[in-house]
Design a protein around this ligand. Structure first.
Ligand code: PLP
Length: 377
């Protein structure tokens, strides 16, 4: 696959060399971070250095960073562990948040979103005012399918005024845009290593000190009792190294936005009816969720794969399904149109040539199978 073009970085991205090196070094350490002897202390130091890097990426204090197995566990721990029986979530959230919310006794309440998938903060305020059951609100910082960025600071303000806790899934946002814990003002923030160039199987929940959290699993009391079990210390070492590299690379990541915009412009010149989901909102610079009029997303993904180009139809967790994603459904998207959407997501190692190769393949496929006046262009 050396000549293949990978444009599915929101599903998972290439492990950064710094992260791979950190994992290898940590694997050579034999100690358990909880052991008091020298081997254990060495492993503990590796773990705590990683915690510092992760905390620095979002400008928080190390004491608030609880390592988990990834974003899925972090979201579950936040929503199911915070003790609130009413959970308000946007329909565009990742499955891990939606399903965790549905598992809470009081059930999940949907926060309305507009056609770009942006939450309606006034509607949230009304929902909170209508019921004084202790609540937690969960609104992601950036969407995995469209890249749309949510007004999380405004959500936190409204929710706190009503006495609710706030969780935000920042799995897709970190390393792609600057994320500042204090500016967001949330109580809990989910992070994942493998979306920023670290290994899969490591992540974190950042928790404000005042939040009393019940662990989902019981055991030896690691991570100050909030996430028990021997830490994945090599994976976490990779997470820390990836966080440092991602922080250093934020400017480079921002530059992907103009490349993405040029691509969308060129596609719309070929196919004026091509729709960019979330195009009216602020988006991550790397993500484009775009339709090819008349060609099912599944067909596009398979055809592009044969041409050596990897993209995704909806989120990776639901790829392969012909039905439209729950994100598009929540946005009120037209089913026929949304069935023709693919996600193109660049990463830290994407190149101009990758996008050029993708565009030429996209144009050729549209010329063969697409509908509309410009299909023959
Ligand atoms: N949240 C979002 C927005 C995601 O995109 C993902 C992964 O696709 C997750 C959570 C889950 O993270 P992890 O794969 O680390 O469990």
């Amino acid at each position: 696959m050396t000549d293949a073009v990978y444009l599915d970085h929101n599903a998972t991205t290439a492990v950064r060399p710094e992260a791979a090196a950190a994992v290898a070094l940590a694997l050579a350490e034999v100690g358990n971070p909880s052991s008091v002897h020298g081997f254990g202390r060495l492993a503990r130091r590796t773990l705590e250095e990683a915690r510092e890097s992760v905390a620095a990426l979002i400008g928080t204090d190390v004491a608030q960073v609880v390592f988990t197995s990834g974003g899925t566990e972090a979201g579950n721990l936040a929503i199911r562990g915070c003790g609130r029986s009413r959970v308000l979530v946007a329909g565009v959230e990742h499955d891990c948040v939606i399903k965790a919310a549905q598992a809470v006794d009081g059930g999940a309440v949907a926060i309305p979103v507009d056609g770009d998938g942006v939450v309606d903060v006034n509607a949230l305020a009304d929902l909170l005012a209508a019921d004084d059951t202790p609540a937690v609100v969960s609104v992601m910082l950036a969407n995995n399918e469209t890249g749309v960025i949510q007004p999380v600071a405004a959500v936190a303000e409204v929710a706190h005024r009503a006495g609710a806790l706030v969780h935000s899934d920042a799995v897709q946002a970190i390393g792609k845009i600057p994320v500042d814990w204090n500016d967001l003002g949330v109580d809990m923030l989910s992070l994942s290593a493998h979306k920023i160039g670290g290994p899969a199987g490591a992540g974190a929940l950042v928790i404000r000190d005042q939040v009393a959290l019940s662990p989902l699993i019981l055991g030896g009391g690691q991570e100050r009792g909030r996430r028990t079990g021997t830490e994945n210390h090599s994976g976490i070492a990779g997470f820390g190294a990836a966080a440092a590299a991602a922080m250093a690379g934020l400017d480079g990541f921002a530059a992907l936005g103009s490349r993405r915009d040029r691509l969308e412009d060129r596609i719309r010149k070929v196919a004026p009816a091509a729709r960019v989901y979330g195009g009216g909102a602020g988006r991550l610079p790397n993500t484009s969720c775009i339709t090819m009029p008349g060609v099912l997303s599944e067909t596009q993904v398979m055809d592009l794969d044969l041409a050596g180009i990897a993209v995704s139809a909806g989120s990776a967790c639901s790829s392969g399904k012909v039905s439209i994603s729950h994100v598009h459904a929540a946005m009120g998207a037209d089913v026929d149109e949304a069935s023709c959407a693919i996600r193109v997501s660049q990463g830290w190692n994407s190149t101009e040539e990758d996008i050029e190769t993708f565009f030429e393949a996209w144009k050729a496929l549209y010329g063969r199978l697409g509908s509309g006046d410009a299909a023959a262009a």
